[in-house]
Design a protein around this ligand. Structure first.
Ligand SMILES: Cc1cc2nc3c(=O)[nH]c(=O)nc-3n(C[C@H](O)[C@H](O)[C@H](O)COP(=O)(O)O)c2cc1C
Length: 323
């Protein structure tokens, strides 16, 4: 699968997730393997072009993560074009425009999903961004603001006409936020309508779901968000399934190593407090469904040192293994 000149070894994409798809998580996924493209969490074009130090810090990435897409959001075509230029200068492989975020904070600035309610502005943004960068350009959107205004086909055509190299559809409306089910039929319709590659997104929870999404819609790539947090092996499992092999379930040892590796990555760059804060959340997901996971989560909540955290993890896995 190709997006512009960028070749994806697998048609499998890590969805952008604010607060989740930071450099550490992207590296974890790349090292596990199977993922064809990783996405950074979305970046405000306002903050980026104002020179926000925090924003620029968030945008660090390494060669190991390639190919990497950086997603920007905003409502001003000129600022979006400048932000895209910055993304290109930084060396990202792909710049992605967010037209799907339903969060109020973003909608109030008329960005994210609000752009689906203003196709002329959406067009102006894609056009200006296209003019400002040579790297492949993608757009991620939803079905529409709500079911009455399901204009994803119009939006897809706009993106294509204005030179986007691919689009991704999260098959829910903005009003749905994350409720209900993603309507994959809409992904099929978009794929049927457009000539550029279409990534299908929404509610892929297992490798079998990914196979079903490819099958039902003919989409060019499958994009996965939430399931990858609980199961970062999912891309490797889907790649195995696509190669006709049985997907391997991660064992306890792999989970233990995963948590310690993620923590080690955090500690390389973050101070102790911040590393502990971040790893707590991920440990909750990585131990999801294991016996006594809740006891572990309670224990690590109060911990303030690296050594205590590592002890807690080692104790937990010893206990689960012995059970
Ligand atoms: C915590 C969280 C943060 C998200 N942040 C973004 C974001 O920054 N940009 C974006 O386009 N979508 C964002 N999304 C939406 C996901 O990219 C994806 O479209 C959605 O979760 C549906 O896919 P899934 O069912 O595989 O999770 C976010 C989703 C979650 C759960």
């Amino acid at each position: 699968m190709r997006i512009g000149h960028v070749n994806l070894a697998q048609p499998l994409i890590l969805a952008p997730m604010a607060g989740i798809t930071d450099q550490y998580f992207r590296l974890i996924l790349k090292r596990i393997g199977g993922v064809g493209l990783v996405s950074m969490e979305f970046i405000s074009s306002e903050a980026l072009t104002r020179g926000s130090h925090r924003t620029r810090h968030m945008m660090q990435f390494s060669e190991e993560e390639r190919p990497l897409a950086i997603q920007i959001y905003g409502s001003d075509p000129e600022r979006m074009a400048d932000a895209a230029g910055f993304v290109q200068a930084l060396g990202a492989d792909i710049v992605d425009i967010n037209m799907g975020c339903p969060a109020n904070k973003v909608l109030k600035g008329c960005a994210g999903a609000a752009l689906m309610g203003d196709p002329d502005l959406a067009r102006a943004i894609v056009r200006r961004v296209r003019q400002s960068v040579r790297i492949p350009l993608t757009v991620k959107f939803r079905v529409g603001l709500d079911d009455r205004r399901a204009n994803f086909l119009e939006l897809g055509r706009i993106c294509q006409e204005e030179g986007a190299d691919a689009v991704a559809l999260h098959a829910r409306t903005a009003r749905q936020m994350f409720s209900g089910r993603a309507d994959w039929e809409r992904i099929r319709l978009l794929k049927e309508t457009l000539a550029i590659p279409v990534s299908g997104n929404g509610d892929v929870e297992t490798p079998a779901d990914a196979a079903a999404l490819f099958q039902a819609t003919g989409c060019d790539a499958v994009m996965i968000g939430r399931a990858a947090i609980k199961n970062p092996w999912i891309f490797r499992q889907i790649a195995a399934l696509r190669a006709g092999q049985q997907p391997l379930e991660p064992g306890l040892e792999e989970r233990r190593v995963l948590i310690l590796q993620h923590f080690a990555l955090l500690r390389e760059r973050e101070d102790e407090r911040s590393a502990l804060h971040k790893i707590r959340t991920f440990t909750g997901w990585y131990t999801h469904g294991l016996p006594n996971g809740r006891t572990l989560r309670q224990r690590i909540n109060g911990l303030v040192s690296v050594a205590e955290f590592i002890d807690a993890i080692e104790d937990f896995f010893r206990m689960v293994q012995a059970a």
